[in-house]
Design a protein around this ligand. Sequence first.
Ligand code: ADP
Ligand code: 5GP
Length: 192
Amino acid sequence: MQYMASSIAEGKLTVITGPSGVGKGSLVKQLLELHPEIWLSISATTRSPRSGEIDGEHYFFLSHDHFAELVEGDGCLEWAEFAGNQYGTPRKPVKQQLSLGRPVLLEIELEGARQVRRSFPEAVQIFLAPPSFEELERRIRGRATETEEAIQRRLVRAREELMAQQEFDAVVINDDLQAAVIELESLMGLCA
Ligand code: ADP
Ligand code: 5GP
């Protein structure tokens, strides 16, 4: 099956970045329901699965050794350390899906987005921001998936990420989720 992405044969690459708890996962889930033609990259990580997360569906959950092998074999398009764990985008499937002309979406943190900016300068880079830092903290805590220590690390990191938002092609504020989905559709050139 071929997916026509604007007028070019190669698929379009979009990167979504934003602090932990801002709602990236929620937004991407809705976007994929509306646009099944989009291919979402499944990352590799050394983080342990959260309750309900499935290996090969939410992430490829790897040991530290296996992750290191992937990186050393140049198997990652980008990779970074985040809040004590490693995360990376497997290179091969992304290339494959782009060559099929399919829109490809990466949901990754700041350092990874910077690496992709160097290797794929044509990719559209979108930063998802919270309406306020207080609301971001409420959301991370409301999700109740991390220990207090992990929450603190993520909040420290969130401040750094928020300071980098001007590097991105567009900033979408995730206040009302539906409004953010519509904005994202428009930035990605998708028909509603
Ligand atoms: P991320 O993937 O960026 O870490 P999640 O998608 O897991 O964030 O969202 C974190 C929490 O915030 C979840 O409990 C989610 O239901 C909630 N959330 C997401 N978007 C909104 C929104 N627009 N308004 C209120 N709560 C939201
Ligand atoms: P979480 O542990 O909450 O699932 O993800 C933590 C952070 O890692 C999020 O900001 C998420 O976007 C980012 N992330 C997930 N996969 C990747 C990846 O493949 N590469 C990079 N650089 N970051 C990723």
